[in-house]
Ligand binder design. Structure first.
Ligand code: AMP
Length: 426
């Protein structure tokens, strides 16, 4: 199937071909025609499926039909859970609208509002925003949502996880009732379903089936190792492999900082990216990583969500996530866009149950290796790590859809009920 056959205009086809995309991804094939028909959409899709172009391309086509309104009221709003995702979605909007008379901007917290307000004053058609800053500027009378024609909730499950439900409802109340709504979520908890039934009108359901090539290209490996030898092992792997661009996941912010410090001491340039870092620090870390001036980016799950790092060769789980589906999200960051990738996990005895759940979910037994000098501790307990409470409501989520990102072919009976705790200390 071609982008042309989806009914997109020449300006959009030119933009898409400039990006080097040759054919639409499955979610794009399904979502674009429905959105162009002005249907509400309830889409099960996560990062890596091409979902952003899936909603942005038809949105641009709809907004560019007819004359631009003289005052340029905001006609389309894309809400995202994190600043990084907002910046990334906006960068996509900019690329795809290059040959159109469409103006867009992005607003998020953690940075000075003045430049954002100045851009809003000039009039824009599309606003990409995180909920907090959006409401903040709205309360100050600096923007209006009374002309919104299209609302996109991107990564709606994460927005609810992060406690944005009330904000989302407030924002929806500020918009005209008659509008098109597009909801994208990796998972469908009761809360998401409630939200969807409240504000979507007869939505068409769309499910992403990511291309197998991405999955097949990821080589997964487990290193069984004693807990206190993990840092030594990761440093050895990165140094001896001479790996240049490694994304490392830790479970906590504190753990990310600590590991980062040890890497730097060992002569490996590293930066941490997590919720406690200022926006400036996060942007700098990501830019350094993308430009290869930082070899290792240590991230927590929420901070890494939505990061678009093309051609990522190595992902290492310094600790396994206690939510199996997060493993799928994490390793989905390698081997994207057809590039090959390697996903390694350092697993200590107390993560044995997490590993078992992950293997059940992905439907394969991940090959295990032991490195001399970094052997597992035979006396260590296999009881799962005790974690403090941290809020979040992911326990109620049906995260079944996320297994689509990896070898669902092999997975006859995946478990999607494998949360140990609901700790989200990101
Ligand atoms: P997303 O799921 O929106 O985060 O997109 C994941 C990655 O796929 C991004 O790097 C996009 O630029 C890229 N992408 C989106 N659509 C296509 C396509 N049709 N062909 C190839 N790459 C794409």
């Amino acid at each position: 199937m071609s982008f042309k056959s989806l009914g997109l205009s020449k300006a959009l086809l030119d933009a898409v071909s400039k990006q080097g995309y040759t054919s639409p991804s499955p979610i794009q094939q399904k979502a674009i025609p429905l959105i162009l028909e002005r249907k509400d959409i309830l889409a099960s899709a996560q990062t890596g499926t091409g979902k952003t172009a899936g909603f942005t391309l038809p949105m641009l086509q709809i907004l560019s039909q007819g004359q631009p309104l003289r005052k340029r009221p905001i006609r389309s709003l894309v809400l995202t859970p994190t600043r990084e995702l907002a910046a990334q979605v906006h960068s996509n909007v900019k690329s795809y609208s290059e040959f159109l008379d469409i103006r867009s901007t992005v607003i998020f917290g953690g940075v000075n509002q003045r430049p954002q307000v100045a851009t809003l004053r000039n009039g824009i058609d599309i606003l990409v925003a995180t909920p907090g800053r959006l409401l903040d500027l709205q309360n100050q009378g600096l923007l209006s949502l009374s002309n919104i024609e299209i609302l996109v909730l991107d990564e709606a499950d994460r927005m609810l996880d992060m406690g944005f439900l009330r904000d989302i409802r407030k924002i929806i109340d500020l918009m005209p009732r008659k509008r098109q709504n597009l909801l994208f979520s990796a998972t469908f908890s009761k809360e998401i379903k409630n939200l969807a039934s409240d504000f979507l009108h007869h939505p068409a359901m769309v499910e992403a089936t990511p291309e197998n090539t991405t999955v097949d290209a990821i080589e997964q490996k487990v290193y069984r190792v004693a807990k206190d030898k993990k840092t030594g092992l990761i440093i050895k792997l990165i140094s001896e492999g001479d790996w240049k661009q490694v994304l490392v996941f830790t479970r906590t912010k504190h753990g990310a900082n600590r590991l980062c410090e040890k890497m730097v001491k060992a002569g490996i340039s590293a930066s941490a990216i997590h919720g406690n870092k200022s926006q400036g620090a996060r942007t700098k870390a990501l830019a350094g990583f993308k430009s290869n001036s930082i070899r290792v980016l240590v991230a927590t799950d929420i901070a890494a969500r939505g990061l678009d790092i093309p051609l990522l060769p190595h992902v290492i789980n310094f600790e396994l996530p206690n939510i199996s589906e997060d493993y799928v999200h994490r390793i989905g960051r390698t081997g994207r866009a057809g590039a090959s990738g390697e996903a390694l996990s350092l697993v200590s005895a107390d993560e044995t149950e997490f590993l078992r759940d992950i293997q059940k979910l992905v439907g394969i037994k991940i090959p295990v290796e032991i490195v001399e000098g970094f052997e597992p501790d035979p006396n260590a307990s296999t009881k799962p790590i005790k974690q403090g409470g941290g809020g979040g409501n992911r326990n109620s989520g049906n995260r079944n859809s996320s297994r689509n990102n990896i070898s669902s072919r092999n997975s006859s009976k995946p478990s999607n009920r494998n949360r140990r705790t609901n700790d989200r200390r990101n």
